[in-house]
Design a protein around this ligand. Structure first.
Ligand SMILES: *Cc1c(COP(=O)(O)O)cnc(C)c1O
Length: 407
């Protein structure tokens, strides 16, 4: 008889033997002490103080006074849950306000909220590509899993183009008749290498071939552009992109995803997308927090400025010490290791000995052989903290004999 337990045990043993078994680090973030946290090490009764260096709460907005106050107020005013799907009593006034704010941010006619950025990609691309009959989706080879899943479930033909390669995209898209509906799906800031797409080039190819552009700005909203509208705002090309997608869970520090686009396109997703329709809407507390964060970062450029400074400071220090980073123009600092076991050991040592938390990034998040420590400094990390991190990395490199840096 088929042995289910053995079957799953073998799967896990396989992952473990490749050295990429995932261990979640059990922490509690400290609200008035960002980016510090308590670490609950397994088997220990007392938690330890650590510094977090791998959070996607890029600007510390998840603990910002304005955000917390808005959430508390919403909790007291409206209670815990939203009480329904968007269609059946779950559209609170906060949802309406936030959608207006997001449409304005990206200079689009309409916006639609989802329970996460993942769902917004998955649900939108699957509905969009299946409702455009015979459509072909051109997808960057390094697109996020949520986009890949959405395209897959649409059943549309998918053409993968080489990462950030406009010549390859141009070559591939030219083979198809102009009358066939097309979508080009890509990201602005790629989260693992921190490189940035040639958005202008992609957008002109889209225009020449009458294709829709779908841009994931998850790692850029709140962070780039004078109001936090992302790379498309920084480059002043919001209008050239048909659909801009983002999250409220990274730089905005809360939770939820969204798309923005033209009135009828967004209305089509609202009317047909299963991942939007058949799920309870985000709770009012979360939406109020997201709204406060978006509004705040629209006005304040202080966090973005401080953030750029500390990111550049860290990159410079790492280069000075010959610690290999993937060079990029963004706020993401990927330290290359290239081996899953070594990567995990480096991370373990950083945490246990130096109380610094940087999660190892391994397959399937990045290709095998490109394992790395992905460091994300925030405006609340100080120069002293950076110096301490770099010193600790140097010791770990030496201890584990990673690369051959000058001691
Ligand atoms: C994190 C991420 C998402 C998903 O957003 P969530 O709000 O976390 O679900 C989508 N796209 C990219 C590129 C991401 O890195």
């Amino acid at each position: 008889m088929f042995n289910y337990q053995n079957y799953f045990k073998n799967i896990i043993q396989g992952i473990k033997s490749e050295g990429r078994y995932r261990v979640f680090i059990d922490i509690l973030r400290k609200s008035r002490n960002f980016p510090n946290a308590s670490w609950f090490e397994e088997g220990k009764s007392v938690p330890e103080d650590i510094t977090v260096w791998c959070s996607n709460d890029y600007l510390g907005m998840g603990q910002h006074r304005k955000v917390l106050d808005a959430m508390k107020e919403a909790l007291e005013k409206c209670g815990a849950g939203s009480g329904g799907t968007r269609n059946i009593s779950g559209t609170t006034h906060y949802h309406v306000e936030l959608e207006k704010e997001l449409a304005l941010l990206h200079a689009k006619e309409a916006a639609l909220l989802f329970t996460s950025g993942y769902i917004s990609n998955e649900a939108t691309l699957s509905t969009l590509a299946s409702s455009l009959k015979g459509c072909i989706v051109f997808s960057d080879e390094l697109n996020h899993s949520s986009m890949i899943q959405g395209i897959r479930s649409s059943g549309a033909t998918k053409v993968i183009f080489k990462h950030n390669d406009i010549d390859d995209l141009n070559y591939k898209i030219k083979k198809y008749d102009k009358n066939i509906p097309k979508i080009i799906a890509f990201e602005s800031v790629y989260s693992m290498d921190g490189d940035i797409a040639p958005i202008k080039g992609i957008s002109s190819i889209a225009k020449e071939n009458n294709a829709l552009t779908y841009l994931d700005e998850v790692h850029a909203v709140g962070m780039y552009g004078y109001q936090g509208g992302g790379i498309s705002e920084e480059l002043n090309i919001k209008n050239e992109i048909d659909i801009i997608e983002g999250t409220l869970a990274k730089a905005y520090g809360v939770m939820g995803g969204y798309i923005t686009g033209s009135k009828y396109l967004v209305d089509t997703i609202r009317s047909y997308s299963s991942g939007f329709i058949f799920t309870t809407s985000l709770p009012p507390t979360i939406v109020a927090g997201g709204l406060a964060s978006v509004k705040y970062l629209k006005k304040s450029g202080e966090e973005r400025k401080k953030h750029k400074h500390i990111v550049n400071f860290l990159k410079r220090k790492l280069l000075e010490e010959d610690i290999p980073i993937i060079d990029n123009p963004s706020h993401i600092v990927p330290v290359q290791i290239g081996d899953p076991v070594l990567c995990k050991r480096a991370s373990d040592l950083l945490l246990s000995k130096y109380k610094l938390y940087v999660q190892p990034i391994n397959y399937p998040t990045v290709p095998k052989g490109t394992e790395r420590l992905r460091i994300t400094p925030t405006p609340l990390h100080t120069e002293d903290m950076v110096n301490n991190l770099v010193e600790s990395l140097k010791k770990v490199w030496k201890n584990l004999n990673i690369g051959n840096i000058a001691a």
